[in-house]
Structure formats: structure tokens, C-alpha cells
Design a protein around this ligand. Structure first.
Ligand code: PEP
Ligand code: MN
Length: 271
């Protein structure tokens, strides 16, 4: 992978992306929240709940990349204002998706981390913009992309002068339909061999099934992932986006009781 001048694992040490108190790449980072921001109550109440259960950051989309143009597209700037309020009330940094290069500079004023979704992984003009935006970037793996293609997209961001890239494995398309996508857990140790950048997993979009989220999150921690990004909705069945796959705040809290202890156990094992 000769084109990876900056992303390749030449550096002796892992990159740690620092966001407030959270060091992604050193501590286990847990990012939780709704798929999309729908209203103030639907965002702030769950933000409090995920914080008290041990989440480090709040996720929520104000711009949603939907398969159908008739589906809920997100609240736009109104959603970002709600996220800003949630941050003020909880202290949780905000992870939110940007889908249009023209929006990057002003969305960056609201976001602590700019998310690039799977459908935009190879949107090179978007990658260049977020490379210049002065905010950490959460780069999801394209659902049809190889590790090499993915890392070249990270290289786009790094080569614009932004060293703070977090990779996120969110499942790839296979012939299987029981799960929404197929979580490529082998990407976690493989990425570790190839790059110094941190890698987290998304157990929600990869499985599409709440019952599989905890087992896959635990497996990801055992495989050495630096964190997870997971969808939590106060009333999953009423969610305007991805209603079938969100955890309830209670289920999230249950999972957290096992996730951090597992990481502590893993850290205690001899190398
Ligand atoms: C999301 O995180 O809300 C999302 C749309 O994810 P993905 O890009 O992985 O489908
Ligand atoms: Mn979603």
C-alpha cells in the first residue's frame, strides 16, 4: 500500500484522537445516541441516560443520507442546535454526520467530530473539505469497500493536514440477509497491522438487530477495537430512522455493565 504515505503503520505509536477528556485510541470510547435528531426531548433525555450509563460522546444525525428521497432527511441546522443544547446540558461531545461539501465549514462549528457515512466514504471532495475543517473525522468504511480503498480515503483527510481520523467498521454487504450487513470483525486486527489510526466498530448498522449488538460489541472489544458507536433511542419503535435496530436506554446501560469490565480484563492480560 505505497499510496499510504501518512496512514501506514510506520509510526511506532498508535494515534490517539483527543476529544475533550476522551482519548480515542487509548481509552475505550463509547459513542451513543439516536440515529437522527428528531426533537429536543428525544435527544436531551436519552443524552442524559447514555451519559449516566457511561457513554463518552453523543451521536445524532441532522443530515441523513436516506435510500429514499421521501424518507425523513433530518432537521438540518435545527438538529445541530438541539445537539448543541444537549452538549451544554450533558457535557458530552457531539458526533454528527456531514453529507455535503458545501456544509462542512459551518457544521464543523457545531460538531466535535464530523462523521463521514458509508455512502460517502469515497466522496473525495467531501473528504478534502473535512480534511481542512479543523475537527476530528469519523470515517466509516464504505459498505462495498476494501481495507485498501478505505485507508486511501483516510489518506485524503490526513493529506489535507488533519491528523485526527478515526476509522469505523460498520459492516459490509454480503449475500447474507438475516443481518443488515456483515460486521467484518477481522478488519479490527487487520487495520491495526496496516495503520496507526484508531478503529471503532458500529454494531448497529452492521447487524441491524438489537439482539446482536451486545455480543458484537463485546467481540469487538476482545478483538482490540478502540470503541463503539451505537444507536440508542428512547422509544425505538417510534424512531423516524432505523427504528428496527436501536437499543433502549436500559439495554444500553445493561451492555455497558459488561463492556468496560471486559476492556479492563483485556488490558490486564500479558501482551
Ligand atoms: C449513521 O451512523 O447514522 C449512518 C447513516 O451510518 P452508515 O453511514 O454506517 O450507514
Ligand atoms: Mn442509523
Amino acid at each position: 500500500m505505497k499510496s499510504l504515505k501518512l496512514a501506514a503503520r510506520a509510526k511506532a505509536r498508535k494515534t490517539v484522537v483527543q476529544i475533550g477528556d476522551v482519548g480515542i485510541g487509548s481509552n475505550l470510547a463509547v459513542i451513543a445516541g439516536p440515529c437522527s435528531v428528531e426533537s429536543e426531548e428525544q435527544t436531551i433525555e436519552p443524552a442524559r441516560a447514555v451519559k449516566s450509563a457511561g457513554a463518552d460522546m453523543l451521536r445524532g444525525g441532522a443530515f441523513k443520507p436516506r435510500t429514499s428521497p421521501y424518507s425523513f432527511q433530518g432537521l438540518g441546522i435545527g438538529g445541530l442546535r438541539i445537539l448543541d443544547k444537549a452538549r451544554q446540558e450533558t457535557g458530552l461531545p457531539i458526533v454528527t454526520e456531514v453529507i455535503d461539501p458545501r456544509d462542512v465549514s459551518w457544521v464543523a462549528e457545531f460538531a466535535d467530530v464530523l462523521q463521514i457515512g458509508t455512502r460517502n466514504m469515497q466522496n473525495f471532495s467531501l473528504l478534502k473539505e473535512v480534511g481542512r475543517a479543523g475537527r476530528p473525522v469519523l470515517l466509516k468504511r464504505g459498505m462495498y469497500s476494501t481495507l485498501e480503498e478505505w485507508l486511501n480515503c483516510a489518506e485524503y483527510v490526513l493529506s489535507e493536514g488533519n491528523p485526527n481520523v478515526i476509522l469505523c467498521e460498520r459492516g459490509i454487504r454480503t449475500f447474507e440477509t438475516y443481518t443488515r450487513n456483515t460486521l467484518d470483525l477481522s478488519a479490527v486486527p487487520a487495520i491495526r497491522e496496516l495503520t496507526h489510526l484508531p478503529i471503532i466498530i458500529d454494531p448497529t448498522h452492521s447487524t441491524g438487530r438489537p439482539s446482536l449488538i451486545e455480543p458484537m460489541s463485546l467481540a469487538a472489544v476482545a478483538a482490540g477495537a478502540d470503541g463503539i458507536i451505537v444507536e440508542v433511542h428512547w422509544r425505538p419503535e417510534e424512531a423516524l430512522c432505523d427504528a428496527d435496530q436501536a437499543l433502549t436506554p436500559a439495554a444500553f446501560a445493561g451492555m455497558m455493565k459488561r463492556l468496560r469490565p471486559l476492556r479492563t480484563f483485556m488490558d490486564q492480560q500479558p501482551a
